[in-house]
Design a protein around this ligand. Structure first.
Ligand SMILES: Cc1cc2nc3c(=O)[nH]c(=O)nc-3n(C[C@H](O)[C@H](O)[C@H](O)COP(=O)(O)OP(=O)(O)OC[C@H]3O[C@@H](n4cnc5c(N)ncnc54)[C@H](O)[C@@H]3O)c2cc1C
Length: 441
């Protein structure tokens, strides 16, 4: 149930584990197997057209023996009978069900949220219909500096619109990124003409039938288009109604096989919660790559195979404004808020040899467990190489690598792609030096 990253990953894996299995995918949408992640870049004209985002055509799934039921809504789950009930009443039996119903954007909870012209970036067809409106639009408001909010703010400013970002928190991506990581991004947005409204609550969408702006705690902002980028909430109403256990984040509870509390029912993707590796705190609403991997685990097990999903260390990264930002699990702000003790090392290095054109600064912050100095998390901002560092540091955290290991890590030194001193090693060395200097340093 679901044709996003998790559902499609699950269908493919089920077919691989059991080629004779009859695999059906139900989706409310007109398409499956496209990359929603690319949509902001088409709106921003970094990518020319939507066509490149379609990964596979309908024939691909037919040939693979996967029966996709497009524009087909599942209305309820009858787990006792082993059936899903479709809109219109058709009942479809199953031996194993995978719930991959994904996310919905949190309701902004203010008047006017049904006005025409409000855009929620998700379904590629709606994005294609909406995109031409941007050719005429002059002013845009982006609601919330969430990951998608950062991408859409950057995209709309790049497209030449006067772009306003409204967020109730004090800095961009404040639930994930530290303020010193967000600061260069915000400075670059200012250079791009973005008007930032932090510490500003959204109070209403304005307009009679079509949105004409927003009212905030700091005044009104006129807009031709408003993009709602509130955080992702698990879409699990059907699972809840079917008495499938829901966890403290609102996500469906699964074990390492992606099995839910009801026999024969698996779940994967943004509708579930999974444990963070060093704290075992449940996390929900991770990335498309997490959803796809979880789908593959669910699909394999649902079809009789054996596959397990490990707790996560959450490498993340993105382009925002003129910078790349990223990290692993917790930053200074989130660790502090959660009461997780940590020792920190910070350094500013460079991405290429200091004499090589196009080098960028790379700021790295490493958080380690006091005592063992095992890596707990990281935060980074720079001009390049952030993704690779985040992937590496997530694996380092998973494998129990310490600041001592990282301080003496080997690294590639080649003028166009890497400096003599790797910024990660510099941050780890800084952490050790601060430790040697004693408390308060
Ligand atoms: C604009 C955008 C940008 C993104 N950028 C990135 C990125 O840069 N990197 C990254 O890793 N991830 C990115 N993502 C991925 C995203 O954040 C999610 O993690 C991912 O989409 C989750 O996949 P999913 O399959 O769990 O759920 P979804 O993608 O939400 O899919 C849910 C599916 O369930 C179906 N469905 C729901 N309810 C029913 C029902 N009752 N009956 C039938 N079908 C139903 C829907 O039709 C849909 O097919 C982006 C997503 C969007 C929308």
């Amino acid at each position: 149930m679901g044709g996003g990253a998790a559902g499609i990953g699950a269908a493919g894996a089920a077919k691989q584990a059991s080629p004779d299995a009859r695999v059906q995918v139900f989706t409310e949408f007109e398409d499956v197997g496209y990359s929603p992640c690319g949509i902001p870049y088409v709106h921003g004209r970094e990518i020319e057209s939507f066509s490149g985002l379609i990964l596979q055509g309908k024939e691909f799934y037919e040939k693979a023996g996967i029966d996709v039921r497009y524009e087909t809504t599942v209305e309820s789950l009858d787990v006792g009978a082993g059936e899903v009930v479709l809109a219109g009443g058709e009942r479809v039996g199953y031996d194993a069900l995978i719930v991959a119903t994904g996310f919905t954007y949190a309701d902004p909870g203010v008047p006017g949220s049904q006005l025409d012209g409000l855009h929620y970036v998700k379904n590629i067809r709606r994005a294609m219909e909406w995109d031409p409106i941007l050719d005429q639009a002059k002013k845009a408001v982006v609601v919330e500096a969430s990951p998608l909010g950062l991408e859409m703010t950057t995209a709309l400013a790049h497209r030449g619109l006067e772009t306003h970002l409204v967020d109730a928190h004090p800095w961009a991506l404040s639930e994930v990124a530290d303020p010193d990581i967000a600061a260069p991004v915000q400075a670059s947005w200012a250079e791009m003409g973005v008007q930032m409204h932090f510490n500003t609550r959204l109070e209403a969408f304005l307009g009679s039938t079509t949105v004409t702006g927003v009212r905030t705690s700091e005044g009104e902002i006129e807009a031709d288009v408003v993009v709602v980028c509130t955080h992702k909430t698990p879409n699990n109403a059907l699972a809840r109604a079917a008495s499938i256990e829901i966890g403290s984040t609102g996500g469906i509870v699964v074990d390492e096989r992606m099995a839910t509390s009801r026999a024969g029912v698996f779940a994967a993707g943004d509708c579930i919660e999974v444990p963070q590796g060093s704290t075992m705190l449940p996390l929900q609403g991770l990335s498309g790559s997490h959803a796809y991997s979880q789908g593959k685990v669910a699909g394999t097990n649902a079809a009789g195979g054996q596959r397990a999903y490990d707790p996560v260390f959450v490498p993340w990264g993105m382009v925002a404004g003129k910078w790349m930002i990223g990290g692993v699990s917790f930053g200074e702000t989130t660790a502090g808020a959660l009461g997780i003790p940590f020792h920190m090392g910070v350094a500013e290095g460079i991405s290429r040899a200091r004499y090589y054109p196009g080098l960028h600064k790379v700021r790295v912050k490493l958080l380690a467990e006091p005592g063992s100095l095992r890596l707990l998390g990281a935060q980074m901002v720079g001009g390049e190489g952030i993704k690779e560092r985040a992937d590496f540091l997530a694996m380092a955290a998973k494998k129990g690598i310490t600041l001592r290991d990282l301080a003496t890590m080997e690294n590639v030194y080649s003028p166009p792609i890497g400096a003599l001193n790797e910024p990660i090693a510099l941050a780890a060395q800084n952490g050790l030096a601060r430790l040697a200097r004693g408390p308060g340093s």
